[in-house]
Design a protein around this ligand. Structure first.
Ligand SMILES: Cc1cc2nc3c(=O)[nH]c(=O)nc-3n(C[C@H](O)[C@H](O)[C@H](O)COP(=O)(O)OP(=O)(O)OC[C@H]3O[C@@H](n4cnc5c(N)ncnc54)[C@H](O)[C@@H]3O)c2cc1C
Length: 404
């Protein structure tokens, strides 16, 4: 096998899978295909959703809200995305809404980044550099020992397989793939609190409410992690994304304000339903509860205007509560030509996912070059240090200067 001649199938077009594909291309492995289920776009948990009110479509960030940079490798990616016009700095104000209703600006936050046209701009930019096939749901993969190739259900044979997703899907996909040690690492438990004795990956769920208000709420913050109650995060999507984010087809959008509201993990666990098939009564119940709580935490109470449009969604496999204890930042089994990348291997955030994708690309490249590089496959997890919606590591020495 040669570097140029190697083919790679990446199952998952979130940040980790896309970054892995881009890096493989830079290393000379260009015969790479990313398979992703996204109907409208790739990106997974880094994506945006359109909501229509009247004649106007509004862009909402319905998963990742913003991200930070502390790693030099990730900083290079962010510089590239910035140069391509895919990311910008969000100056906020961003902080915490305390139990007493006071907003405290996050003093430790050095710089926050967002996608220019919503978070979807980031995967869009990365996907433009690689071959993505979607919407494709890969339902079966089998390692064929004789040919030393992966049979990727209905999509052909590949020299390497990358699993760039987690949750129930990855667990099921790898259950009969012929690599039990890799499958063991992908087994997952869902809950709202970490159970330290449980040796599996543990994921929480989050409800998301998107609301278009007919007038500005005139709140002094744009994004806030919320203490107490049933809400963990609120963001003024309109202010964050500012100009250029509505796809107007006529009509007026003056004064409208779009807010994203996330539940807590506990609320999501208590109100868990199948995310693909949410009963209408549960939609109404969750919408009403989150809206009323939004009124309470913002101090607007009864003065909160009735939204002209709302949408609720459940992220069943939202944020990892633990990460695999490995210094490799990914998992790679050279004997079976299979690797795993994703946020749960580094840190539950965009930076973590990107670094994991980069690390796995390096492993595959080394292996294809004839240098054996297995990573240890120990099933040992450590608690993830993060806010409820993900990690936001900061380093005052890592300031991004767009002019450089
Ligand atoms: C509600 C929410 C808020 C968050 N907020 C933040 C934040 O503000 N900042 C931050 O840094 N991080 C945040 N995160 C975490 C962040 O989104 C993730 O860490 C990151 O996006 C993970 O990327 P990934 O590539 O590891 O996985 P994913 O984004 O989950 O990508 C996996 C992809 O694989 C696809 N897939 C799955 N199974 C298959 C299959 N069988 N065949 C084909 N494709 C498949 C999925 O559709 C998906 O597109 C948030 C997450 C959630 C859910």
């Amino acid at each position: 096998m040669s570097v140029e001649g190697s083919s790679v199938a990446i199952v998952g077009g979130g940040i980790s899978g896309l970054v892995c594909a881009v890096r493989l291309g830079q290393l000379g492995i260009r015969n790479t295909t990313v398979f992703d289920t996204g109907k409208n776009a790739p990106g997974g948990r880094c994506s945006s959703r359109l909501l229509q009110s009247g004649q106007t479509h509004y862009v909402f960030d319905h998963s990742t809200q913003y991200f930070t940079v502390t790693d030099q490798r990730f900083s290079k990616i962010v510089s590239y995305l910035h140069a391509k016009g895919a990311v910008k700095i969000w100056t906020g104000p961003i902080g915490h809404l305390r139990d007493n209703g006071q907003f405290e600006k996050d003093q430790t936050l050095t710089q926050a980044f967002v996608g220019t046209g919503g978070m979807c701009s980031i995967p869009q930019c990365l996907a433009s550099m690689v071959h993505v096939r979607r919407p494709v749901w890969v339902g079966e993969v089998v390692w064929e020992e004789g040919s030393k190739k992966w049979n990727v259900g209905g999509q052909g044979y590949f020299d390497y397989l990358v699993i760039a997703h987690n949750g129930k899907c990855a667990d099921r996909l790898m259950a009969n793939a012929g690599v039990p040690r890799i499958h063991k690492l992908l087994q997952v438990r869902f809950g709202s609190r970490l159970v330290p004795k449980d040796l599996r990956m543990q994921l929480c769920s989050l409800w998301v409410l998107l609301a278009i208000f007919p007038t500005s709420l005139k709140l002094k913050y744009q994004g806030a992690h919320v203490d107490g109650g049933i809400i963990s995060w609120v963001a003024n999507n309109t202010a964050k994304l500012s100009a250029g984010t509505t796809q107007s087809t006529g009509g007026s959008c003056v004064g409208q304000e779009c807010w994203t509201v996330f539940s807590t993990r506990d609320f999501a666990a208590t109100n868990k339903v199948p995310q693909e098939n949410i009963p209408p009564s549960k939609r109404r119940e969750v919408t009403n509860k989150l809206l009323s709580e939004f009124g309470r935490v913002t101090g607007l109470g009864d003065r909160l205007p009735k939204p002209s449009k709302t949408f609720v969604q459940l992220w069943g496999a939202a944020v990892p509560m633990n990460t695999l204890e490995t210094s490799e930042e990914c998992v790679f089994d050279g004997l079976h030509h299979v690797g795993v990348c994703g946020d749960w291997l580094v840190s539950p955030c965009i930076q973590g996912a990107a670094i994991s994708g980069l690390a796995l690309a390096e492993h595959i490249h080394k292996h294809a070059s004839g240098l054996g590089t297995d990573s240890p496959l120990l099933q040992k997890f450590r608690p993830a240090s993060s806010e409820m919606i993900g990690a936001f590591p900061t380093d005052p020495n890592m300031m991004f200067n767009p002019k450089k």
